[in-house]
Design a protein around this ligand. Sequence first.
Ligand code: COA
Ligand code: AMP
Length: 632
Amino acid sequence: MTADYSEIYGRSINQPNEFWGEVAEAVQWEKKWDTVLDDTNKPFYRWFVGGMLNTCYNAVDYHVQNGRGNQTAIIYDSPVTDTVRKITYGELLEKVSKFAGALRDLGVSKGDTVIIYMPMIPEAPVAMLACARIGAVHSVVFGGFAPNELAIRIDDAKPKVIVSASCGVEGKKVIPYKPLLDEAIRIAGHKPEKCVIFQRSQVEAHLIPGRDFDGETLMSKAKSAGCVAVAATDPLYILYTSGTTGKPKGVMRDNGGHAVALKWSMKYLYGAQPGEVFWAASDVGWVVGHSYIVYAPLLAGCTTIVYEGKPVGTPDPGAFWRVISQHGVSILFTAPTAFRAIKKEDPNAEYLKKYDIGSLRYLFLAGERLDPDTYHWASGMLKIPVIDHWWQTETGWGIAANCMGIEPFPVKAGSPTKAVPGYNVQVVDPEGNALPAGVDGTIAIKLPLPPGCLPTLWKDDKRFLEYVTEIPGFYVTGDGGYIDEDGYLFIMGRIDDVINVAGHRLSTGAMEEVVAKHKAVAECAVLGANEQLKGQVPAGFAVLKAGIDTDPDEIVKELIQMVRADIGAVACFKQCAIVSALPKTRSGKILRSTMRKIANGEEYTIPSTIEDPSVLVGIKEAVAKLGLGLGK
Ligand code: COA
Ligand code: AMP
């Protein structure tokens, strides 16, 4: 492709109304918009105001009506259950319409919320699309979260119905979901009226009469439901993501801007053509799963893969190559951690020799920083473009990327290249002044954000304002970094208390809240320490109350178990030390950034504000005992 980046980018920023108005023509509208960008209520911006559409119609019905009925829409590939199943667009329409009918029979209608707590089985995207079909708002909760986290989301989203399955299969482990769901509902203040459970052969869930319904039975009895037109600005989904406190943020996505941006991104960012197989090896519980397992590939008429497996161990480090060759994958999207896991087990890529992966054109990586080593290993081995791209749950699609459907730039390892059209990305100081090339600062996006990004947080405009008022006129991303003299963006990491563990976004603040609940703990700090495979892992430092004589090793075990029980195994909270004190400023603020540097073996200067520098000795000893101090 030869589309000119400067021209497209310039138009997207300088004439957003014209640019996005043209892009939006690719989507099917029940009624066209009155205004492309409504900026009458800054800093709240809305896209395609007055427009009416249905996202499910665009993702499913439209393709069936336009000759793709027999094309595979979803390939369910599950090495953990030894299953491969294909669902055509025609069959998907049938399933989604039936499930939409079943939801309607349970009393769900436009504007109601539905929580989906599911493993990676096709019923998860079917449930999401069924909600979209009837104008209900879904909120998918990642299966690796513990009941307490699910309960927090139930209380915030207040679902009428929860859709779940009897179990998940995680590598060799079978995890019964129903007891987790029952426990979450028990803890939650809000009680959903009904639950729909898909029974899997590995575990049969006990259904509570009157509240729980078998998914298959409901679908077999239901009458198909048609698409309900919704406003472009109506919510399509809520996706909770980690903030800096224990209360997750309910990122809200609208219908119109989302469909427009995602469809555009498939062609211009990913260089994907309709009919191709696009595989995002992630989970529907994360934003990558929402956007690039479910909505974008289907909006673009591609075939998507629901993969219930891991990059390694299911059964070996050739798992990804097997899927690519078996299904003719053109574009793979995953997190760098997946490639680090493959590299660790198969450094010379011997397993790759067993498969023909000639169909693969591009590898896209996101979710965490793509370290140059992993970039060089992947591109040397695959000999195709390896594209680092940067985005967040909040934006829903790529902020910076080497767009394969526009003129590609030469790669600089460690950089996701340049801003994607629509995003006016700048590196600024705390007052919002642009910093010179090469100088580290806050990465911010000048408002308005393009279509597809969060218009607000679910029922929490006040908290949304924190993103857009800290530096007036900008959305503050929470990431820090710099732009070099060639205009390439370098994302160096979060500047808040959010960490990235194996591409999973987690809050150290939430973990601190759990650790602090232990009766022997006086105070604590949890921070992200660099780790070779997962990028970062949480490391906890706890100070005990005076007079506690319990064995500190026992307390550490209990703290680890508490975080696992409260947040989930996915938190990977396995490193914790008891220390005699935490380093603090004279005004009592914990010096987390100094601790983080020590934990990562980086150089640090003792802050002039420190109350007692000798405390740092204890932290260094704890870091050594935990085996941290790896450096970047
Ligand atoms: N349901 C229940 N438990 C889950 C789960 C789920 N959906 N997903 C993960 N877990 C559990 C794991 O079983 C593990 O439990 P354990 O402590 O008992 O072993 C724990 O949560 C941590 O999971 P994870 O961080 O995924 O570690 P892992 O060792 O199982 O796998 C990788 C490591 C690198 C193979 C894996 O993280 C991976 O494939 N990452 C790719 C990145 C990715 O998909 N990112 C998503 C955003 S793009
Ligand atoms: P999430 O909301 O889970 O997608 O996590 C978003 C965060 O992941 C970002 O704010 C970054 O800190 C990090 N991230 C995502 N992609 C990249 C990337 N390509 N390079 C560096 N960091 C990234």
